[in-house]
Design a protein around this ligand. Sequence first.
Ligand SMILES: C=C(O[C@@H]1C=C(C(=O)O)C=C[C@H]1O)C(=O)O
Length: 107
Amino acid sequence: MTQEQSTDGGSTDDREPGEMSLEELREEIRSIDREIVELIAQRTYVADAIAQVKADEGLPTTDEQQEQQVMERAADNAARFDVDESRVKAVFRELIELNKEYQRENR
Ligand SMILES: C=C(O[C@@H]1C=C(C(=O)O)C=C[C@H]1O)C(=O)O
């Protein structure tokens, strides 16, 4: 497996999932879930910085063209990692809405 295809969240454990116990696999999921939330928080932080720049420059917060590009990247990355494109896009739609709601509340 190449680095690009690695799906274990950077774990140093080289065993295949089939060689791990239920408890070990659940620990792996716990660690991945924490990283997902950390990445969502980072994404929100960066989107907020973008919204601040837009406000300073008198631009609207929502940029539908950028949102379209986010959705296209989500679909491309889903295909690359062989996960369902429409479900991954639904997750990204929710992430965009999360940021927009947060930004509406903080303006
Ligand atoms: C992130 C941006 O701004 C907004 C938030 C987006 C997001 O959460 O991905 C996408 C488009 C914009 O509505 C941007 O302009 O790049």
